[in-house]
Ligand binder design. Structure first.
Ligand SMILES: [Zn+2]
Length: 145
């Protein structure tokens, strides 16, 4: 059985591996707070979006501090900080994210746009998924209507 330190080390290595892949695609990334024991690691007393908001000690300007600089990525995700990883969507990365919420008919709506079923996606905390499309999602949506 693996001990906790080994599991954490492997998770950090995986996070760094993903961060390096993302910047190789030209997608700026930033460190986010993560979730431990079911709770966000941020010191906020108020409710937050667990594991989804910038890790302010490293990125005081939030998403404006996202980067594709490899040296910075090695510092952020090299193992000194227990952080989640975020990709900056929008014109900087050319990525558009679409939140598909199954509790509000998201899966049925998605069927109207078959091209989106082929895009990479990520699992979301709410049990849905986010579709990721490089650049052409807007025209894809328009042409599917
Ligand atoms: Zn938080």
């Amino acid at each position: 059985m693996m001990d906790k330190k080994q599991i954490t080390r492997e998770r950090m290595d995986r996070t760094l591996e993903c961060a390096l892949y993302y910047i190789s695609q030209g997608w700026p990334v930033l460190p986010l707070h993560t979730i431990k024991g079911g709770h966000c690691t941020c010191p906020r007393k108020k409710p937050c979006k667990p594991g989804k908001h910038p890790y302010s000690p490293l990125v005081p300007n939030g998403s404006k501090d996202a980067t594709t600089d490899e040296e910075t990525i090695l510092k952020w995700f090299g193992g000194d900080y227990d952080v989640n990883i975020g990709i900056l969507a929008g014109k900087e990365s050319g990525l558009v994210l679409l939140d598909i919420d199954p509790e509000h008919g998201g899966n049925e709506s998605l069927k109207k746009y078959p091209k989106l079923l082929l895009t990479p996606s990520v699992k979301t905390g709410g049990g849905g998924r986010g579709a990721v499309e490089k650049g052409e999602i807007a025209s894809s949506l328009r042409s599917s209507q």
